[in-house]
Design a protein around this ligand. Sequence first.
Ligand SMILES: Cc1cc2nc3c(=O)[nH]c(=O)nc-3n(C[C@H](O)[C@H](O)[C@H](O)COP(=O)(O)OP(=O)(O)OC[C@H]3O[C@@H](n4cnc5c(N)ncnc54)[C@H](O)[C@@H]3O)c2cc1C
Length: 419
Amino acid sequence: MSESGTADVIVLGAGIVGVSAAHAVRQRGLSVILVDRREPGSETSYGNAGVLSSGSIFAFNKPSLFSALPRYLTNRHAARRDPLWAVRNVDWLIRFLANATPSHVKPRAMALRDLIGASLRLHREWIVKSGAAARLRETGWLKAWRSDGIAAARAEQELLSEYGIRSEVLDREAISALEPNIMPAYKVGLLHTQTASVDSPGDVTKAYARMFAGSGGGIVQSDIKSIVPGADGWRVVLASGADAARQISAPHVVVALGPWSADLLRPLGYRVPLAFERGYHREFKPNPARSLHRPIHDAEGSFVMTPMENGIRVTSGVELTARDAPSSFAQLDAVVPLARGVVEFGEAVGEAWRGARPSLPDSLPMIGAAPRHSGLWLAFGHQHIGFTTGPGTGAAIAAMIGGASPSFDVAPFSPGRYL
Ligand SMILES: Cc1cc2nc3c(=O)[nH]c(=O)nc-3n(C[C@H](O)[C@H](O)[C@H](O)COP(=O)(O)OP(=O)(O)OC[C@H]3O[C@@H](n4cnc5c(N)ncnc54)[C@H](O)[C@@H]3O)c2cc1C
C-alpha cells in the first residue's frame, strides 16, 4: 500500500471472505488494502456457530423442502419467514424453490464439495501459520435426532459417502461415549468425522487479518461510501470521521461485503438477488463439569450448540426477512430450553446476537469477475457455510486476479448466472 492510498488490489469487507481474499492476493506478491468500517471479523464472521463443515454440500433448498413447505408456509416450521417480506420478494422465493428440485442436487453438491475441500485445506494451514491453532478442534460435529432418526441418519450417511465425505452412525450408547456430559436426549447421531470447529470464529478471522498485515498488507478502518470506475481502475470513496471524502484507488476491487454486498453494486447497474437467512445466537456460562467436546446440531430442534471460548453458544435456524428488520428472539427463546435439556449450562453471558446469512436463490456464492466491469471481483453470498468456505473463495479470487486457474472449478459460482 502506498502513502497516497493506492494498491494493486482493494478488498472491501473484512469478514472471513474479505480477509481470506486479501491474504491470498498478498501471498501472490501484490499490494493490498483491506477496508472495513469495523475491526476484522466483527459481523457475520463473528457470530456464527464456528463449524468448519466438510459435509454441508446439500443446500437448504433441497427436494425435502417441498414436504416441509406446508408447515413452513404457516410458520409451524422451525425456520420462519416474514409474510410481508415473502410477498415483496416472491421472485426470489420462486427462484429459491425452483432450485430445490432433484436435478439441482448433484451439480451443487459437487461444486460445494470442491469449494469446501479447498477451504478446509487452507483453514488447516492458515490457522497454524496465524498462531491460532489452539482454537481448532478436530473433533467433528454431531447431528443428532431425538426421535428414531436411524433411517434419516443412514440415508444422509449414504448420500455423503457418494461424494467421498465420511461419517459414522451412532446409537444412544455411542453418543454417550462420545459426549459423556450430555443427557440421554438423542436416540441416533451422525458424526461428521472430517468436520472441525473453532472456539471463536471472530478471533480466527482476526488472526488471519493479523497474518495478512504481518506480510505487508494494509488495513483501513472506514465506512465505504461508493466504488467508482475510472480510466485506470477503481476509486473507493471512504466516508467516516477523519476519512471523510478520502479516496483510495486500485486496478482491482474485490467486493466481499457479506450481507451488504448488493448495496454498493446497485449504482453500477447490478441488481443482485440477495436475500437474508437471518439467525441469532446467545452464549451461556458453561458448567465446567459438563463440558461439550464438539458442536451438536439438533436435527429436530433446528439449532446448533457449540462450545466457545466464552461459553456455550446456541445458534438458531433460519428467519427469512429483510436484513435490517427489527430482531425477534422467538426462535432463540424456543430452542434454549431444548438445549438445556441436552447439556447443563448457567445464565446468559452478554447480549443476544443477530446476523444475516447472505443467500442467492441457488444457495451458491458468487465467486468471480463482474460481467460488465473490468477489475471488479465479486465474493459473497456464502449463506450457511461462509465461515467454512472463506479461504477457498479468497484463494480462487486471488488466482483469477493473478491470471491463474483456481484449484477448483469456479464456473458454478460465476456472477454471470444472475448479473
Ligand atoms: C446464526 C449463524 C450461524 C452460522 N454458522 C456457520 C457455521 O457454523 N459455519 C459456517 O461455515 N458458516 C456459518 N454461518 C455463515 C457465515 O457466518 C457467513 O456465511 C460468513 O460469515 C459470511 O462472511 P462474509 O465475510 O461474507 O461476511 P461478513 O463477515 O458479514 O463480513 C462483511 C464485512 O463487510 C463490512 N461492511 C459492510 N458494508 C460496509 C461498508 N459500507 N463500509 C465498510 N464496511 C462494510 C462489515 O462490517 C463486515 O465486516 C452462520 C451464519 C449465521 C447467521
